[in-house]
Ligand binder design. Structure first.
Ligand code: DX5
Ligand code: ZN
Length: 236
């Protein structure tokens, strides 16, 4: 075999093995009366990202966490803070979450008024930009913003609450993975909603590389966090 074949084949194999599934526990299911300890516990249990679900009682019915709490918990973990904004409009809060310690900020196109501008703003703040697709949002919403995104979040529940049943959208996840592959960039494909070891396996097979899980991680107490996170990873 000519030497250059070996040269080109090796990095490809390495790229595939260096792209493990990452787990992003959603603190929506944590004990809010003990949030600092909960963050430290999932950090120690092997979480890759800390997923922070921000809800405003307007874009979604629930109200949760703002920049102040995000800033307060920042001191409890050095892991990636993955902030999922379910607020409308989001633009006025992007800087606040950036300053509070967000690493990735994800917005929904329906939050308006201009998704392209919101993604530009997140990037200009020096943060990674994410776009979230609700179950009913078509993948075509990605058409003119792929160069502005570092993460694409496919929702497998309608946003607003933890503990909902998984909506099987594997075809959509695969379609997004194909779009990412076409860019040649390492854009994260995150799936959020109803993730347990069974559904994890299905979405990983469809192309997801970051899994959000609330009840799937926090469901049965801190002594099980490491086991729960490992079980989600085991899907691959
Ligand atoms: C739903 C949130 C999810 C939620 C996931 O609006 O975006 O992150 O916390 O919770 P589970 O894993 O319980 O479905
Ligand atoms: Zn979320």
């Amino acid at each position: 075999m000519p030497a250059f074949y070996i040269f080109f084949q090796q990095p490809l194999t390495e790229t595939m093995t260096q792209n493990p599934v990452r787990i992003a526990p959603s603190i929506l299911s944590a004990d809010f009366s003990n949030l600092g300890a909960e963050i430290r516990a999932i950090d120690a249990a092997g979480a890759d990202y800390i997923h922070i679900d921000v809800m405003d009682g307007h874009f979604v019915p629930n109200i949760t966490i703002g920049p102040m709490i995000t800033k307060a918990i920042r001191q409890h973990s050095a892991k990636v803070f993955d902030v999922h904004l379910m607020i409308a409009p989001a633009d006025g809060y992007l800087e606040g979450f950036a300053k509070a310690g967000a690493d990735i900020i994800t917005v929904h196109p329906e939050a308006g008024p201009h998704i392209h501008k919101s993604l530009q703003t997140i990037r200009a703040l020096g943060k990674k930009a994410g776009i979230a697709l609700n179950p009913g949002t078509p993948v075509e919403v990605l058409d003119h913003v792929m160069d502005l995104v570092d993460l694409i979040l496919v929702m497998t529940v309608n946003p607003g609450f933890g503990g909902q049943a998984f909506i099987p959208l594997e075809d959509k996840i695969s379609a997004v993975r194909q779009r990412i592959a076409a860019t040649g960039r390492a854009i994260d494909l995150e799936v959020d909603g109803g993730i347990n070891p069974q559904t994890a396996k299905a979405v990983i097979a469809a192309g997801a590389n970051v899994l959000v899980a609330g009840t799937g991680v926090f469901g049965d107490g801190p002594e099980h966090y490491a086991r729960n996170i490992a079980a989600l990873r085991g899907g691959r």
